[in-house]
Design a protein around this ligand. Structure first.
Ligand SMILES: Nc1ncnc2c1ncn2[C@@H]1O[C@H](COP(=O)(O)OP(=O)(O)OP(=O)(O)O)[C@@H](O)[C@H]1O
Ligand SMILES: [Mg+2]
Length: 276
């Protein structure tokens, strides 16, 4: 994937496929220095399959090689934040692009998404959307493509990962956009005209609910709905495990600080971190 991105002129972190810890050390010595980020190229999600190793003697360095899949070594990008550009593309090449969002990551897990990304210069937002459209065209994607990227401190975009499916960073579109990513995915694969991707409100905040201290969510669900009539709660019906994404909340409006406060509060309540 990284090689294909390079061919079509899309920048990503400097990287190399490596076979063993010695090859990681060689990559560090020759190209990026330490620390090095190691990733298994298949089977990773929510930061599982990503290791940051500080030196050749780091005990973690052997871990990625235990699974029988190729390992990617790459530079640790000193980024200002992470962005996601999501598009939907039809078989004939028509496409719509959603507003570029900021995705806040903690321990390799997306915890919060703000649409649109606050203070993102228009030119950079356009560049992010064009990267996603170009990648979709080059890879002949049909349906949703989400492109996760780093915004570097010097204002560049480096592509981290492509996801060819409806994506967590566009769950906000269910409540916050004229056409949700799921509807536009289906429209694309059915070769129907695509729906408008525009947001209803100035801001939409989505906060993931991670499995926590509350095994039975229904009472909490009633509580947050009663507490905040603007809030939308989505519960996935999965068994609750610590750290697992089990739902999300969304809220839209004009006051970003207020929306973030309300969405974070509801997610913390649903998780069981707070009880009021
Ligand atoms: N090269 C890097 N430099 C800095 N941070 C990184 C780098 N690669 C990954 N990360 C951090 O780790 C997170 C998870 O990495 P990545 O998206 O590659 O893995 P994943 O487990 O496949 O995640 P996903 O749940 O998105 O599928 C990134 O969102 C980012 O916060
Ligand atoms: Mg990712």
């Amino acid at each position: 994937m990284r090689a294909r991105l390079y061919e079509i002129g899309i920048a990503s972190p400097r990287h190399r496929i490596v076979d063993d810890p010695d090859a990681v050390a060689a990559f560090a010595a020759e190209v990026v220095g330490w620390p090095v980020v190691l990733k298994t190229v298949r089977g990773g999600y929510d930061g599982k399959g990503v290791w940051i190793v500080g030196s050749q003697s780091d005990p973690q360095i052997g871990r990625p090689f235990l699974a029988d899949v190729p390992v990617l070594a790459e530079e640790l990008v000193d980024h200002a934040r992470e962005l996601s550009a999501v598009i939907s593309r039809s078989p004939g090449g028509d496409a719509v692009a959603y507003p570029v969002v900021e995705s806040v990551q903690r321990d390799g897990i997306c915890v919060e998404v703000v649409a649109p990304a606050p203070d993102l210069p228009g030119q950079l937002a356009l560049e992010a959307q064009q990267i996603a459209l170009r990648a979709a065209h080059a890879l002949d994607v049909v349906g949703i493509l989400a492109v996760e990227m780093f915004e570097t401190r010097d204002g560049r975009l480096l592509v981290n990962e492509l996801a060819m499916r409806p994506h967590n960073t566009a769950h906000w579109t269910i409540d916050g956009a004229v056409t949700s990513q799921f509807e536009n995915h289906l429209r694309a694969v059915l070769d129907l005209p695509l729906g408008c991707p525009v947001a209803h409100d100035q801001w939409t905040v989505m906060v993931n609910v991670l499995g926590g201290n509350r095994p039975e969510p229904f009472t909490a669900y009633r509580h947050v709905l009663a507490q905040d009539g603007r809030l939308k709660v989505h519960w996935y019906g999965k068994s609750v495990r610590p750290g697992r994404k089990v739902g999300h909340v969304t809220i839209s409006g004009n006051d970003l600080d207020d929306l973030q406060g309300r969405a974070r509060h509801a997610a913390a309540y649903l998780r069981g971190d707070i009880d009021a």
